[in-house]
Design a protein around this ligand. Structure first.
Ligand code: SF4
Length: 184
């Protein structure tokens, strides 16, 4: 049976498939012990949202748990304006719109639409410089790529000897001290 994929790990998987195991392994450990500053800031931003501090409007879902049976995805949305049909994911800082950010939004989009909500706008919001990035809704081509990506995620085997670490990524990886594949 296929495992449910956590939406929060999609970006990590693109960075390095092996990192998702550390992400999940250390998720319940005191985060200050292993997270670098940007990750801590992100966590704090999301904690505020999870606790409902962003808005009390009934028109807004925030930090709501979602899942997709079709894609075996589970996680939380960031902010969804129901009447505006607008889904937003906030980041502490966006220096570049990574594919993983887009796939996180796609995943949330598919969960919400499967739950019966209408979503017409996808946005990324960079909090420290107040920039908004509009993301196109998935089309046939991008859905196919997203599905292939989820399939690769489901079937990734960390013990496969063909896995080759990328030294550039390892140098910037917060799990490098824990990973036996790290090349630094
Ligand atoms: S240390 Fe390198 S191989 Fe290990 S998870 Fe990080 S990027 Fe991947």
């Amino acid at each position: 049976m296929e495992q449910y994929i956590r939406i929060s790990t999609l970006n990590d998987f693109i960075f390095c498939p092996k990192s998702i195991y550390f992400h999940q392994l250390y998720d319940n450990v005191e985060k200050g012990l292993y997270q670098d500053t940007p990750q801590v800031r992100w966590t704090l931003n999301h904690t505020r949202i999870d606790q409902g501090n962003y808005s009390t409007s009934k028109d807004i879902l925030q930090g709501t748990s979602v899942y997709s049976e079709k894609y075996h995805l589970v996680g939380k949305i960031d902010v969804f304006h129901i009447s505006k049909k607008s889904l937003m994911e906030r980041k502490s800082h966006i220096s570049e719109v990574y594919q993983g950010y887009i796939y996180q939004l796609y995943a949330q989009y598919f969960c919400l639409t499967e739950m019966g909500y209408q979503v017409e706008k996808l946005k990324l919001y960079s909090m420290d410089d107040n920039k908004v990035y509009q993301i196109l809704l998935p089309n046939n081509e991008t859905v196919q790529k997203f599905e292939a990506f989820l399939d690769a995620y489901q079937h990734f085997n960390p013990a496969n000897p063909s896995f080759i670490a990328n030294p550039d990524k390892c140098r910037n990886c917060i799990y490098r001290e824990l990973c036996d594949s790290a090349v630094v």
